[in-house]
Design a binder for this molecule. Structure first.
Ligand SMILES: *[C@@H]1O[C@H](CO)[C@@H](O)[C@H](O)[C@H]1NC(C)=O
Ligand SMILES: *[C@@H]1O[C@H](CO)[C@@H](O)[C@H](O)[C@H]1NC(C)=O
Length: 336
């Protein structure tokens, strides 16, 4: 399906719940991970981070209140001080050096520096009715989807909805693959991170940052599958779309001689199966629940917004002080 089909559907009906779609600029790109490696400076691999500027080396769950400690957010909706992050994509040249792949703003969000597009859904993306009830995350809620140690397709299947789209243009959304695309992608590579949608209703986090959430017991979020009795609370589905602008690296003559593809996650993964993303909930008061209950599709008049130039201005200090521009002999923090 093409995005113009999606765009054509925007705002057609008056749904009883909501789908939010909004851009967030880059907050920072650093080797930090307050969820998996709290207090570790630098963390094991490079991340690209969006959201509220209370993001820091440590964000202790019971002490760090994202909305009150943030003074700005890189997201369009100014009540969203959450943090969202993923690994960073690199290109590996034939001579073994690495170059960071830039990120591209999506259509209609031109001028946004880096970052991602974030969705919160009540039902499947293409369901304009958005009629199912969802319960917004609670303050202190965090989760991780994916596993940085996954190296094969079977392991990657544990996380049903971490995929890539080989884009021909800005509107490409299908097909999706579980590993990195194997051929050059004219419009870049979109990484799709969909988080689990069922919560145990008790724990804001768990030691592996995953056991308190689950996928539906049957079917999928998209098919309206019910949550298991262990995780009965239906959450909004968060989807992160990151467009990696691979266009400067599409010359097959620069690709590996053995016919493999040249892109690698900042963790060192050449397969794409280790795709992962982190989420620290940080919406102000009950703004997310109100928005999800708000009878809208894509537009969200009940939420306050800011301009792209304001989004771009929200950053955090460089705490790691590490250079990762130019051709690097190795990935930051990773020896291969
Ligand atoms: C990060 O944490 C340190 C130590 O607590 C603090 O001094 C600093 O102000 C924090 N930075 C931001 C951007 O909040
Ligand atoms: C390695 O390859 C890249 C891409 O072709 C090139 O720009 C760079 O100068 C090369 N570096 C070295 C040290 O040869």
């Amino acid at each position: 399906m093409k995005l113009n089909t999606l765009t054509a559907a925007f705002g057609l009906v008056a749904p009883t719940s909501a789908l939010l779609r909004f851009g967030c600029a880059k907050l920072t790109v650093q080797r930090l991970d307050p969820l998996v490696n709290p207090g570790q400076l630098p963390s094991t691999h490079l991340h690209q981070i969006i959201g509220g500027n209370s993001f820091n080396v440590s964000m202790e769950p019971d002490k760090h209140d994202l909305p009150s400690l943030s003074t700005c957010t890189s997201c369009q909706f100014t009540e969203d001080f959450s943090n969202y992050w993923t690994a960073v994509l690199f290109f590996r040249a034939r001579n073994g050096t690495y170059k960071r792949v830039p990120q591209m703003a999506q259509a209609g969000m031109e001028g946004t520096q880096g970052g991602m597009v974030v969705y919160y859904m009540s039902d499947a993306l293409f369901d304009t009715a958005q009629k199912s009830k969802v319960t917004a995350f609670k303050p202190g809620f965090r989760m991780l989807v994916g596993d940085v140690t996954n190296g094969n397709r079977d392991d990657a299947r544990d996380f049903r909805q971490l995929t890539y789209t080989c884009m021909t243009d800005q509107s490409s959304r299908f097909p999706e693959s579980i590993g990195f695309p194997k051929t050059p992608c004219k419009g870049g590579i979109m990484a799709n991170h969909r988080f689990p949608t069922c919560w145990d209703g008790v724990n804001l986090d768990t030691p592996n940052h995953q056991d308190h959430v689950s996928y539906p017991e049957v079917g999928t979020f998209e098919s309206g599958g019910r949550c298991p009795s262990t995780h009965p609370v239906r959450l909004p589905q968060i989807l992160l779309e990151t467009v990696w602008d691979t266009r400067a690296f599409n010359n097959k003559a620069d690709w590996p001689e053995d016919g493999s593809q040249p892109f690698v996650w900042s963790s060192g993964d050449k397969t794409g199966f280790s795709s992962h993303a982190d989420y620290l909930f940080g919406w102000k008061a009950d703004s997310l629940q109100k928005a999800m209950d708000g009878h809208t599709y894509v537009s969200a008049p009940m939420l306050k917004t800011q301009s792209i130039s304001e989004q771009n201005k929200c950053t955090v200090p460089d705490m790691v002080k590490e250079n990762f521009d130019g051709w690097l002999p190795q990935l930051p923090g990773v020896s291969m």
